[in-house]
Design a protein around this ligand. Structure first.
Ligand code: TNX
Length: 495
C-alpha cells in the first residue's frame, strides 16, 4: 500500500469503500452554512497549490442545489465530527469518496486541519498517479491543545515575509501557535506606540551584524490575520526582567546608574536586567505590556523570565508578580519560562519548561500541585537550534545534539517526573537564532525535525512509530526537492 504522507499521523484513517472512486482533481470549495468566507478562500488557495491547478470558491448556498459535481470539496460545521467520543475543539472528519471530499468539523479550527490533511492526500494523488486523491475516511483530533513553534526574531531579525512562510509550515503540520520571541539583548523587534524610541533606537542591531529590523503594528496585525486564516494564533513574548539590553540601551533610566547600556551583538546570556525599585521601571512595563496586549488578538502574552543570573530571588519574584498582574489587568493570560515556577505564581499562568540541564524539578511539581499548567519544550528534544550532528554549520549544542529520531522518540508525559499528565497543556518546538541568519538556514533547522515534534504533540503515542514516520518524512522530502525548500538530509531517512 502507498504511504499517505500525512504528518502528524491522524487518529483514525480508514480505507474508503472498495472500488469506489476517490476525489477527482479538486476544482471548487463549497462552504456550508456559517463557514467564514476567508476560510473557504484560503482553503481554495491551499488546495490549488497542492493540486497544481486553480480551485475556486462556490457561492454560499450552492451546496444544497442538488448533487455536487466531481472535484467538489464541501466544508461543513458539524458537532458530530471527529473520532467517536472526542471533545477536542479541533476535531474533524474527512471523507473522500465518489468523486468528492467532505470536511466536517466542530468549528473553523477543525476545518483548517481537515484541509491540511486533504492537501497531503491530493499531493499524493489518486491510484496510478491520477490527479485527485484516493478514497479514504479520516477521523482526527489532537492529543494536546497547544502545539507551538517559537521563533527568536530578536537575535537575528526575521520579517513578515519569512514569518508568513513559517506560518504556512506550522499550518501544514497542524500546529496552532506561533510564539514570537520579540525582544532580547540584541534588539527590540516590535513597535510599541507609546514608546516609539524602543524600535527607533533599539532595533538596528543583530548578532550577524546585519541591519536588524522590527515589526510595525500594522505588520504585526497583518501577520496575525494571515496566521488566523490558517488556524494559527500568534503569542508574543517580551522577555523580562533579563534579556533586556535592547531596552536599557534605549532608556538609561531603567539602569541604577542612569547610563544607557551599549548596543549588543554577541551571544552571551544572563548579563542584562531591569531593577524593580527604579521609578522608571513600572511605567515602562505598563506601557509595553499594555500596548502589546491591545494589539494581540490571542489570549496569551509571554513575559519571559528566563536566565536572570544577576538578580536575587526576592526581587525576581516581585518582578514576575508585577508582570503577571499587568498582563492580567489587560485581559490576557501570562506565560513564563520555567524559572518563574520558583516564584509564587498565579494559578492561571502557564509555565514553559525548557532547560533539560536543570534536573531539580521540585519547584515545577509544587507549582503543578497549586494548579499551574505546563507547556513542554525540552531542549534536548524540541530545541531545533541544537545541531543535529556534531560539526553542523548552524546552531548550538549546549543541550546536546538533536537528530530527527531524538525529536521524535519521546513522550511529553515523561519529561518532568512527578508532573500530573493533566497539567500538561501542550508541546512547543523552539528555534533560537544566535547562529541562524537567513530563512534558508531557519528552514534547514526546522526541516525535517519540526515534523517530529508536531507528531509528538498531535498523535497518541500508541499510534506513533519511527519506521512509519521516517517513510512519511521521505515523502515530504520529495515535495521539498520539487519546491526547492531547503532541509537537513538526515541520514536517518531514506530520502
Ligand atoms: C536558552 S530557552 C535561552 C535562550 C537561548 C537558547 C539557545 C530560554 C528560555 N533561554 O536565551 O537563545 O538557550 O539555545
Amino acid at each position: 500500500m502507498r504511504v499517505a504522507p500525512i504528518i502528524p499521523l491522524p487518529a483514525v484513517v480508514e480505507p474508503g469503500p472498495a472500488g469506489a472512486p476517490g476525489l477527482a482533481r479538486p476544482t471548487v470549495v463549497v462552504p456550508g452554512p456559517g463557514v467564514p468566507a476567508r476560510l473557504a478562500q484560503v482553503a481554495a488557495e491551499r488546495l490549488g497549490r497542492a493540486a497544481g491547478a486553480p480551485v475556486t470558491v462556490a457561492d454560499p448556498g450552492t451546496h444544497d442545489a442538488g448533487e455536487p459535481d466531481p472535484g467538489t470539496v464541501t466544508l461543513l460545521l458539524d458537532d458530530d465530527a471527529g473520532p467517536a467520543g472526542s471533545a477536542s475543539l479541533e476535531r474533524y472528519s474527512l471523507t473522500v469518496a465518489d468523486g468528492r471530499a467532505v470536511a466536517r468539523a466542530a468549528d473553523a479550527r477543525g476545518l483548517h486541519h481537515a484541509i491540511t490533511t486533504l492537501c497531503r492526500l491530493v499531493e499524493l494523488g489518486g491510484e496510478g498517479g491520477a490527479p485527485g486523491a484516493g478514497p479514504v475516511v479520516v477521523h482526527d483530533a489532537p492529543r494536546y491543545a497547544w502545539r507551538g513553534l517559537s521563533v527568536d526574531v530578536a537575535r537575528n531579525f526575521f520579517g513578515p515575509t519569512a514569518l508568513e512562510r513559517v506560518v504556512d509550515l506550522a499550518a501544514d503540520l497542524r500546529l496552532n501557535v506561533l510564539h514570537l520571541h520579540l525582544t532580547d539583548d540584541q534588539g527590540w523587534r516590535i513597535e510599541i506606540p507609546s514608546r516609539p524610541e524602543l524600535t527607533a533606537r533599539g532595533s538596528g542591531t543583530q548578532v550577524g551584524g546585519g541591519p536588524g529590523g522590527f515589526l510595525t503594528v500594522a505588520q504585526y496585525e497583518t501577520l496575525q490575520d494571515y496566521a488566523a486564516a490558517r488556524g494559527v494564533v500568534v503569542v508574543p513574548e517580551v522577555d523580562l526582567p533579563g534579556h533586556t539590553n535592547a531596552a536599557t540601551h534605549v532608556y538609561g533610566d531603567l539602569r541604577p546608574d542612569g547610563v544607557p547600556t551599549d548596543a549588543y551583538r554577541g551571544i552571551e546570556v544572563g548579563f542584562s536586567g531591569l531593577s524593580i525599585d527604579l521609578p522608571a521601571t513600572e511605567p515602562f512595563l505598563r506601557d509595553v505590556l499594555g500596548d502589546l496586549a491591545a494589539m494581540t488578538r490571542g489570549e496569551h502574552l509571554h513575559v519571559g523570565g528566563d536566565e536572570v543570573h544577576r538578580m536575587a530571588a526576592p526581587e525576581y519574584a516581585r518582578f514576575v508578580e508585577l508582570a503577571e498582574r499587568l498582563v492580567v489587568e489587560h485581559g490576557k493570560t501570562p506565560v513564563a519560562w520555567q524559572e518563574a515556577a520558583h516564584a509564587p505564581l498565579r494559578p492561571g499562568t502557564l509555565v514553559q519548561f525548557w532547560d533539560t540541564n536543570a534536573t531539580d524539578h521540585a519547584a515545577l511539581v509544587a507549582a503543578a500541585e497549586r494548579g499551574t499548567r505546563f507547556l513542554l519544550s525540552p531542549a534536548d528534544r524540541a530545541y531545533l537550534d541544537m545541531k543535529p550532528v556534531a560539526g553542523f554549520p548552524l546552531g548550538q549544542e549546549w543541550a546536546g545534539l538533536v537528530e530527527l529520531r531524538d525529536a521524535y522518540d519521546w513522550d511529553p508525559a515523561d519529561v518532568v517526573a512527578g508532573l500530573p499528565p493533566q497539567s500538561v497543556v501542550g508541546v512547543e518546538a523552539a528555534v533560537w537564532t544566535e547562529r541562524i541568519q537567513t530563512l534558508d538556514e531557519l528552514l534547514t533547522m526546522l526541516l525535517p525535525r519540526l515534523l517530529a515534534v508536531a507528531e509528538v504533540a498531535w498523535t497518541d503515542p500508541a499510534r506513533r512509530d519511527w519506521e512509519g514516520f521516517r517513510a512519511r518524512v521521505a515523502r515530504a522530502g520529495e515535495r521539498w526537492r520539487r519546491d526547492g525548500v531547503p532541509y537537513y538530509a538526515s541520514p536517518q531517512v531514506d530520502w
